[in-house]
Ligand binder design. Structure first.
Ligand code: MG
Ligand code: MG
Length: 601
């Protein structure tokens, strides 16, 4: 399949955008007219640059308000179009996007629109150009791809076909089934964009909130599969208007965009029973079955060691070759790394995931062109395969051990025997994201690791709203809440600390035992417990115990959530949780209180 992207998707000058698309491996681009108008290069120079970079110029866009007008207005359309066709000849582009009229339409009549498209087609054909007609979701009269196709069918001109844009079709909830009625050769172009389900006017939704495939709520795999099924064989082109992507690094966004098409190619291959040979699936891999380890890195990890000791973790010794120690409790493994960490406060530097097929994940990451994480290992040590997530966290994967501890644990020496503990394993790892990385991170975990988006929420904190999106495995064995720091704090690394939550059988007993070892939990305010007493039908003694131990509490129809937090050390804190029933949340009611308590420290 051929890949393309509209230049409007990314930041920079037109020349910057062409370089970024070429570097990311796109086959071609759509030239967004305002990008060309602002460019200092002549059309011939842009054409030459694209050719030198190996990019085809697939489409010129947009040409607006061309049909559904009276004859005087249409004469002006023809004059304007002819000038643009001459320009397109200079660029060497033979396809133009004409969108349905939003501003000047006065005639609501398919026959009139068809006649005007036919005459426009005649003019275009004289320049060797074809017209792809697109129904905008907010078109004055034509706002549905089925009507756009009726008009094109009526126009019956070899130089006039349709452009299908997933946003305009899926945002309106129009059934994509009628794509099957359009002959593949009359689908002149396809534009792909995902989007979150929002209830807002469709124009603003389209202009600001489009996402790359796989990052929103639309079923892009189904949509694209229908287009392939109809016999379309042209480019899969991204047209994503998004405020974030338009103001962040073009090269990085282009790579991110290209990755989304690789994900889509896989999803479409899996949707079609008879996929064309040029569509390749990614290697199969199930979602990770457990968190293998978390790594906290700092110049001096002793404050974290003290905390882990108070909470009943067992020191399992020092690595044979590196200034790295291992602490375990149940299936939870915490690696403390002081290597190459001069000046670093404790931070969550890496997580390891147990997977059913490490080789498949490796190949997926390779296919997705995800940057790799490198750790020097010696011949006698377990190999570590990893990738760098968009927020900079290194994510490693390893084949799940059949039973017992993974082999790499044996590389740690002179540790104590494992003490009994109420801690069972890692419940979730919360990763704070720079504001511009959340979509890219979502795709990283879904496409790379077959995790899925479980839930999204917003939590009020003293510095603003924290948007949270949970990536999880189907059975909840791995849960990664991704939290976006309020923009006012963005850029300051420690603005929003990361945290690791450990699952325990009895969190009250753990809190008491830890307190006897000198542990001081993050203090929760009295108001919080007054509210718990009001909201939940709990015995007074139970609320008193929560208050005494600084425990958080939540319950829903599925179960209960009991938890407490440590203070923040550097950029990381720990949480200990006990899930009752099948409670699947994260104590969202406690999170604002926690954010505020952390802010006061
Ligand atoms: Mg479009
Ligand atoms: Mg948590």
């Amino acid at each position: 399949m051929k890949t393309s992207m509209a230049t409007v998707c990314i930041s920079g000058t037109l020349a910057d955008k062409l370089h970024a698309c070429a570097e990311a491996g796109f086959d071609g681009v759509e030239i967004f007219e305002p990008d060309l108008l602002a460019a200092p290069e002549s059309p011939e120079e842009i054409a030459a640059l694209a050719a030198r970079l190996g990019l085809t110029l697939d489409l010129y866009q947009p040409m607006r308000d061309v049909e559904g007008v009276d004859e005087d207005a249409f004469q002006a359309v023809l004059r304007r179009a002819e000038a643009k066709f001459r320009l397109m000849n200079r660029l060497g582009i033979d396809l133009v996007l004409c969108c349905s009229n939003v501003a000047t339409a006065t005639v609501d009549d398919d026959a009139v629109s068809a006649d005007q498209l036919r005459r426009l087609g005649d003019l275009a054909a004289g320049y060797g150009i074809r017209i792809a007609f697109e129904a905008l979701a907010w078109g004055r009269f034509i706002d549905d791809y089925r009507r756009a196709w009726r008009v094109v069918e009526l126009a019956d001109h070899p130089a006039v076909g349709v452009c299908l844009d997933s946003f305009h079709i899926l945002s309106r909830g129009h059934d994509p089934a009628a794509i099957a009625d359009i002959p593949g050769e009359k689908i002149f172009f396809v534009q792909l964009a995902d989007a979150p389900r929002l209830s807002m006017d469709v124009l603003s939704w389209s202009r600001h909130h489009r996402l790359f495939p796989g990052e929103g709520d639309f079923d892009l795999a189904d949509f694209t599969a229908r287009i392939v099924d109809a016999g379309y064989s042209g480019p899969w082109s991204l047209e994503v208007f998004n405020d974030t992507f338009r103001q962040t690094d073009a090269r990085r966004t282009a790579r991110h965009a290209r990755r989304s098409l690789r994900w889509l190619e896989d999803a479409v291959s899996r949707t079609l029973t008879d996929a064309p040979g040029d569509l390749q699936m990614l290697p199969d891999s199930a979602a990770p079955s457990a968190v293998d380890f978390v790594e906290i890195k700092a110049e001096d990890t002793s404050a974290v060691e003290e905390l882990l000791g108070q909470l009943g973790f067992t020191p399992r010794g020092r690595h044979r070759t590196k200034p790295v120690t291992l602490w375990t409790a149940g299936r939870a493994r915490v690696v403390l790394n002081e290597q190459h960490a001069r000046g670093w406060e404790p931070r969550l530097a890496a997580i390891g995931l147990e997977v059913d097929d490490a080789e498949a994940v490796d190949l997926r990451m390779l296919e997705l062109h995800v940057p790799r994480a490198y750790r020097r290992t010696y011949a006698t040590e377990e190999r570590l395969d990893g990738a760098v997530a968009p927020d900079g966290t290194e994510v490693y994967w390893a084949q799940a051990a059949d039973e017992g501890e993974p082999g790499w644990v044996a590389e740690f020496e002179h540790g104590g025997p494992e003490a009994p503990t109420a801690i069972e394993g890692v419940d979730h790892v919360s990763l704070s994201q720079p504001w511009q990385a959340i979509e890219e991170a979502t795709l990283f975990y879904t496409a790379g690791f077959a995790l899925r988006v479980d839930s999204s929420t917003e939590v009020p904190g003293p510095q603003g709203l924290v948007a949270s999106r949970v990536l999880g495995s189907p059975g909840g064995e791995v849960r990664l809440p991704l939290n976006v720091a309020p923009p006012i704090l963005a850029g300051e690394r420690a603005a929003l600390p990361q945290h690791v939550a450990f699952r325990c059988a009895d969190v009250r007993a753990l809190a008491r035992a830890a307190r006897e070892r000198g542990f001081v939990p993050l203090a929760m305010p009295g108001n919080y417990y007054d509210d718990i007493a009001a909201r939940f039908d709990l015995p007074a003694e139970a609320v008193a115990e929560l208050r005494e131990l600084h425990l958080g509490y939540d319950q829903d129809a599925a179960g209960t959530y009991l938890h407490f937090y440590t203070r923040t050390i550097g950029e990381v804190f720990l949480e200990f949780v006990e899930r009752g029933g099948s409670y699947a949340g994260y104590g969202a009611g406690t999170a604002p209180v926690r954010l505020s308590a952390q802010g006061r420290r």
